[in-house]
Design a protein around this ligand. Structure first.
Ligand code: UDX
Length: 470
């Protein structure tokens, strides 16, 4: 039977909130601290604040019992053995991660520290952050033997964050002291020992009792680099396939076939080879920039990352030029946009390529009618409805009388549209699919001009044949 640990999680954003409820699901007692009183009250009342599978169930099961929400970090520090820092590390103007929230939390913990604590950095941070946290705590008068600082990066994806947490590919613990590593091993024992997966009500996923996740012990600096390097590598894979998709367009090859052919090589693997309109979200853009900046500060030329970013920016512009080619001129055109979130199954619009494209379309003088199953509220706060931008209640209302339909986010519901209905709803049957959700031949049979990414476009009307929209 695993030991129950008292855990504090500081920050109730995507990482903090998911970690808090998942630690409770693993059997621990958790205090989740946030300095935003309204957020704390909402969470106490059962509002998850974010759209995430399994989160409402777990929050309802544990809130105000195994997970307590509060604003008082001092009390949480006194009560808990391990304190996970999961506050934001936004990108500063230079591309570096802004670590001022992490520093403020470290200093506050230091002021309330009366017995040995393990302070765990879970936010994505550059190498040496652990060192800085340690120094900040010591500067506040805490003796070295009273605490350890550990790096335990999180690899969860939005939309599948809860199952990613409970079924991780690996758990990385960067600790320079055995005492701290032992506490982290105890915290994760319900997963690494397989016990959690024997519970009848456990959330199912890739791990099970016989194949529990691996816990990798590293130095703190290695753990910090593992997180940045992993995200930068995945972003590189996406930019790579996007660059290949451009070559496929230029040569009439099909990127889906190319990606499949590459992905079957077990050294490459099939994941993160989906071409599109570029990566977005709260992690990849920020982490690539931060990793590049760290390398620069260390005197390392990591120009590869600059190329990764460049391709990502170009991919959006390239999609806009496809829209222009399909419609000839853009000013005054009515465009239906399906998808605002940075990827499907989330309401997050941070660094969303879809939002960038909506901005570009508006800048070109188009009028846009947008629909997203979950991200419209957040988008409207950023881009209020106007005479040029409207929000629709469903995909068909957005498509009504539009000159073209753009698919910008890979929501499942956009892959199963009633194509006959869509055909009669649009003013012109033109679909530009930035996520390759449809088979071009199926779209052709339904009478659409269909332009996607890295695949030959299809044109039903004879007069278009032979011309290229690229
Ligand atoms: C990512 C990492 O996957 C996760 O490990 C880390 O902890 C946080 O950052 P997330 O931002 O939730 O997770 O999204 P992810 O599913 O990785 O997608 C990121 C972006 O890349 C999205 O805009 C997505 O549409 C895009 N993407 C992803 C592609 O364009 N092609 C792909 O093949 C995969």
């Amino acid at each position: 039977m695993s030991k129950k640990i008292q855990i504090a999680v500081v920050g109730s954003g995507y990482v903090g909130l998911v970690a808090a409820v998942c630690f409770a699901e693993m059997g621990h007692d958790v205090i989740c601290v946030d300095n935003d009183e309204r957020k704390v009250a909402a969470l106490q009342g059962g509002d998850t604040l974010i759209h995430e599978t399994f989160l409402p169930e777990l929050l309802n099961r544990y809130r105000n019992a195994k997970v307590r929400f509060m604003t008082d970090l001092a009390e949480a520090t006194r009560e808990c053995e391990a304190i996970f820092i999961a506050v934001g590390t936004p990108q500063s103007e230079t591309g570096d991660a802004d670590l001022s929230y992490v520093e403020a939390v470290a200093c506050e913990i230091a002021r309330s520290l009366t017995s040995y604590k393990v302070i765990v950095e879970k936010s994505t941070v550059p190498v040496y952050t652990n060192e800085w946290i340690r120094r900040a705590i010591e500067r506040n008068g805490v003796a070295r033997e009273m605490f350890d600082v550990v790096s335990n990066p999180e690899f969860l994806r939005e939309g599948t964050a809860v199952s990613d947490f409970l079924h991780p590919d690996r758990i990385v613990v960067g600790a320079d002291s055995e005492r701290a590593a032992a506490v982290l091993a105890e915290i994760y024992a319900p997963l690494t020992g397989g016990e959690y997966y024997t519970r009848p009500d456990h959330i199912t996923g890739i791990c099970n009792q016989n194949e529990p996740p691996v816990l990798l012990n590293t130095s703190t600096k290695s753990a910090e680099i593992i997180k940045h390097a992993s995200n930068a590598f995945l972003a590189m894979k996406i930019s790579f396939i996007n660059a290949v998709s451009n070559l496929c367009e230029a040569t009439d090859a099909n990127v889906e076939q190319v990606a499949r052919g590459m992905g079957l090589d077990s050294r490459i693997g099939p994941k993160f080879l989906r071409p599109g309109i570029g990566y977005g979200g709260s992690c990849f853009p920020k982490d690539v920039a931060a990793f590049r900046s760290v390398a620069e500060q260390m005197g390392i030329d990591f120009g590869l990352l600059t190329e990764v970013e460049k391709i990502n920016v170009q991919q959006k512009k390239r999609f806009l030029s496809k829209v222009r080619s399909a419609l000839w001129t853009l000013r005054g055109k009515r465009i239906a946009v399906l998808g605002l979130a940075f990827k499907g199954e989330t309401d997050d619009i941070r660094e969303s390529p879809a939002i960038d494209l909506v901005g570009m379309l508006l800048g070109e003088g188009c009028s846009v009618v947008a629909y997203d199953p979950a991200a419209m509220k957040r988008t409207e706060e950023k881009l209020p409805a106007s005479s040029q931008l409207r929000y629709a209640t469903d995909a068909y209302t957005a498509a009504h009388d539009a000159d073209a339909l753009l698919i910008l986010t890979d929501w499942d519901e956009f892959a199963t549209l009633d194509l006959d209905r869509l055909y009669t709803t649009l003013r012109y049957p033109i679909v530009l699919d930035g996520r390759n959700l449809y088979d071009p031949q199926v779209m052709l049979r339904h009478g659409f001009t269909y332009v996607s990414v890295g695949r030959p476009s299809t044109f039903p009307v004879r007069e278009y044949a032979g011309s290229s929209v690229l």
